[in-house]
Design a protein around this ligand. Structure first.
Ligand SMILES: [Fe+2]
Length: 320
């Protein structure tokens, strides 16, 4: 049964473990604290929530995001991001990404795809303080293709056997920008960009969620360099096992975007997959999306030990 609150907001779960649609909210208007609380609880419970048919501009998007915390101002935003809203990052497929570094989209995709799971990521996990949450809205989307998927990292942990949970609890992992990229021979502008903008952090493999207390398999498939203190082949084997666990269908949800759709996810307990099926768009319209991200804290492991930055500044300037 959907859960309808006194404020008229309905939270309709989409699967057993992850995802809910929220109805009865107009994000263009100022929202009561009770509505914000309902949304916050739904995000913590369902990890990602979706709103449809929202007619909001950049100002309303920023105002909504600020109800959940301070918003990050990304140090390097893409050229299509709106100048007057430093909290908003815009992506427009085929206008940025590869072409910025002299690669056409096919080469960019091919050089970035080392495994079938490449692309599944936690936003900004190579930083010491990955965002608490991301709120992404669709302005223009294709009529088919371009869906996003999320996986529940807390449910995946809970679904492990106790013996493997204990093993995972004690592990730490290096997250680093650019680890799935295969450089071009000779000079490579993207490698130069990576060298100038390095970010790497050792995070606990199992993070204790600061609000729910849940244990979370805090790994992804895009930024993981290595499990610390084990051999390369042990690291690869363990990461494969954890990845297969996380990506079991029961822990994932898939969302089909429409213009005006908004997705709001807990970046501490999910990883997500941006579109990998948009090759048909090359000659068509770009997929234009805008996001804001809420500042995060420093992850803490089961042993109470926080993450440790290797290189790169925090996203929250107050942590510098
Ligand atoms: Fe992302």
């Amino acid at each position: 049964m959907p859960d309808t609150t006194l404020s008229g907001v309905t939270v309709q779960p989409l699967s057993g473990h992850i995802g809910a649609e929220i109805y009865g909210v107009d994000l263009a208007k100022p929202l009561d604290d009770s509505v914000i609380e309902t949304i916050r609880s739904a995000v913590l419970r369902w990890k990602v929530v979706f709103f449809r048919e929202q007619d909001i501009d950049h100002a309303a998007h920023v105002a909504f995001g600020q109800r959940f915390g301070e918003l990050i101002r990304m140090p390097a935003r893409g050229s299509v991001s709106p100048k007057d809203y430093p909290e908003i990052e815009t992506t427009a497929d085929f206008l940025e990404h590869g072409p910025t570094f002299g690669l056409d989209n096919n080469e960019w995709t091919e050089r970035n795809r080392h495994s079938p799971w490449r692309g599944w990521h936690i936003d900004a996990s190579p930083r010491i303080d990955p965002p608490t949450a991301t709120i992404l809205r669709a302005e223009q989307v294709p009529s088919y293709g371009g869906d996003t998927m999320w996986a529940n990292l807390a449910a995946a942990y809970t679904g492990l056997s106790e013996a493997v949970q204990r093993l995972a609890d004690g592990l730490r992992v290096e997250h680093r920008l650019g680890v799935t990229y295969r450089p071009r021979p000779g000079r490579d502008a993207y490698v130069e960009h990576l060298m100038e903008n390095q970010a790497a952090t050792i995070h606990p493999l199992v993070r204790v969620h600061p609000e729910t207390g849940e244990r979370v398999l805090f790994i992804d498939c895009q930024y993981i360099e290595q499990i610390i203190g084990v051999s390369r082949f042990e690291s690869q084997g363990l990461l494969s096992m954890f990845t297969e666990q996380i990506l079991r269908p029961e822990y994932t949800v898939r969302f089909r975007w429409e213009p005006g759709s908004v997705a709001f996810w807990d970046n501490r307990s999910t990883m997500h997959l941006g579109p990998v099926d948009t090759a048909h768009l090359e000659s068509g319209i770009p997929r234009i999306m805008h996001r804001v991200m809420v500042v995060g804290d420093i992850p803490v492991g089961v042993d109470g030990k926080p993450s440790e930055s290797l290189v790169g500044a925090p996203l929250n300037p107050k942590l510098s």
